[in-house]
Ligand binder design. Structure first.
Ligand code: ADP
Ligand code: GLC
Length: 475
């Protein structure tokens, strides 16, 4: 087996705030099948150290951004992991990025510089018994690693994957020395971004290759509309940028074996889950489509558009069940909407893995009206469960759903609905069309069968990553 080091700020099932954790957690098994043994470095948050209790120390540095740091190698959840144990940075109450007050930890630049530093050190020098050929880093939290690696030298090559270009990892310019950044790199061609330090930009400039999580997002990133100020940097590196579609964890998301639901093989098996879900949430079982949402509540996800389009779904006989958390204003508005119409709208604010499974099994359709979506995983869960996705035509949503237009219906290949432009009006039209399709039982069942057969795993993407690693290692 060939060796690859992955550096990520969250890895499911140990720590997760979003899809990055799912992907970082799924990549090792997917790559193992391609002959690459991946070890993943992540911060030693309390839950991670708990799992690393019997870990073996493989690296240490006495003065790591304000205190001692060491790396513990251990196995958990079938993964080869390395925890960066640096209590002054990670041993605190709260989330991976935010304190209990909901604000970014003020020392986030140092916290993730330390992660990147340790990753680069391991990639450059190797460990006693392990020497990675490639270092694969994720998002801004590991963005400085390719720069540190280049500074150190060594044979390992680097790949950075963009899961979301909206988060830049900015720090004030006067922290350059504290973050161990070379002065000469503080330029427009380097890690400087409008007078500040950008960890993501450092990654995009210094990594040997760049990837993102869908082919459509790879193209969108090159435009001012989606590039969030980094489209110029990415255009300059277009030849080094690849779009590789995420897969889902097909063991965790499988209606045939899912312990959280009434299991099923065929679309007809959804009826019992639908009834149970309605009973659980206090919904009157709707005539029309029961639509579900499992999402972070943020501007990106376009759920304000859903609030505006909702009356048209309800008028068409549908109902809504939403699970999410995030933006306080959106949380309040969804709560109010549910309180005003509890038989047709159910809202649960929070993070609940098991409820997410019950929603996706019991819903008729899953809604993902994102303004931008690098890949998106929940629409793929929907496909696997015969819960038809209604998605904005953007990013990975464009690459995973076959919309029910006339041609696709005639060919019998449709799996869901896409709408464009990403407005409340277009979403409302899509929801009315959904209700019409739902009323046409035979057509609906064909779409469900198509959806459940659509490939959503890593079979195509794992070889794409392996190919990239091999190219990098050979360069
Ligand atoms: P993003 O990473 O932008 O949040 P993705 O669709 O890639 O979007 O991944 C989101 C992941 O987080 C999915 O696995 C989804 O099921 C999960 N998720 C999001 N919100 C919740 C929630 N409130 N409860 C349970 N799981 C959630
Ligand atoms: C990001 C994106 C999401 C993607 C996930 C995993 O959080 O917002 O679209 O699926 O990363 O790559």
């Amino acid at each position: 087996m060939r060796a690859v080091l992955s550096v990520a700020s969250e890895v499911a099932p140990l720590v997760k705030t979003g899809g990055l954790a799912d992907v970082a957690g799924a990549l090792p098994a997917a790559l193992a099948a391609e002959g690459w043994a991946m070890r993943t470095l992540l911060p030693g948050y309390p839950a991670v150290l708990e799992a690393a209790r019997d870990g073996r120390e493989v690296w240490r540095e006495e003065r790591l951004f304000g205190g001692p740091g060491r790396v513990l190698a251990f196995r958990a959840a079938g993964l080869d992991l390395m925890a960066l144990d640096a209590p002054h940075l990670y041993l605190r109450d709260g989330g991976p990025y935010l304190g209990r007050d909901g604000k970014d930890w003020p020392d986030n630049p140092e916290r993730f510089a330390a992660l990147s530093w340790a990753g680069a050190a391991i990639a450059a020098d190797g460990l006693e018994d392990w020497r990675p050929e490639v270092m694969h880093v994720h998002d801004w939290q590991a963005g400085l690693a390719p720069l540190y690696l280049k500074e150190r030298g060594g044979r390992a090559r680097s790949l950075i994957t963009i899961h979301n270009v909206a988060f830049h990892g900015l720090a004030d310019a006067d922290r350059r020395a504290a973050l161990r950044l070379p002065e000469a790199g503080f330029t427009t061609e380097g890690y400087e971004f409008w007078g500040r330090i950008s960890a993501l930009k450092a990654g995009l400039v210094w990594a040997d290759r760049i990837s993102t999580v869908s082919p459509t997002y790879a193209r969108e990133l090159l435009t001012p509309e989606f590039g969030m100020g980094l489209d110029g940097v990415l255009r300059a590196r277009e030849a080094d940028l690849a779009g590789i579609l995420n897969g889902i964890d097909e063991a965790a998301w499988n209606p045939v074996t899912d312990a959280a639901i009434v299991r099923y093989r065929a679309p007809s098996g959804k009826a019992r889950n639908r009834a149970a879900l309605c009973a659980e949430l206090g919904l009157a079982p709707p005539e029309g489509p029961l639509c579900v949402v499992v999402s972070r509540l943020s501007e990106q996800k376009g759920l304000d558009l859903l609030l505006a389009a909702l009356p048209r779904l309800l008028a068409a006989g549908g109902a809504l069940a939403l699970l999410g958390s995030g933006d306080a204003g959106l949380e309040a508005m969804f709560r109010q909407t549910a309180a005003a119409d509890p038989a047709r709208v159910a809202v649960r604010i929070g993070y609940d893995e098991a409820l997410a499974h019950r929603l996706i099994a019991g819903g008729d359709a899953i809604l993902v009206p994102s303004r931008f979506e690098p890949c998106g995983l929940t629409q793929m869960y929907g496909l696997r469960y015969g819960t038809l996705p209604v998605v904005a035509l953007t990013g990975g949503l464009a690459d995973t759903v076959i919309t029910a237009n006339d041609a696709a219906m005639k060919a019998g290949v449709a799996t869901g609905l896409q709408f464009h432009p990403v407005t409340a009006a277009a979403l409302a039209e899509a929801l009315e069309r959904l209700a019409a399709l739902h009323a046409d039982r035979p057509a609906w069942t064909v779409m469900q069968r198509n959806a459940m057969r659509h490939p959503v795993g890593w079979a195509a993407s794992a070889p794409a990553y392996a190919g990239l690693y091999a190219e990098l290692a050979a360069a």
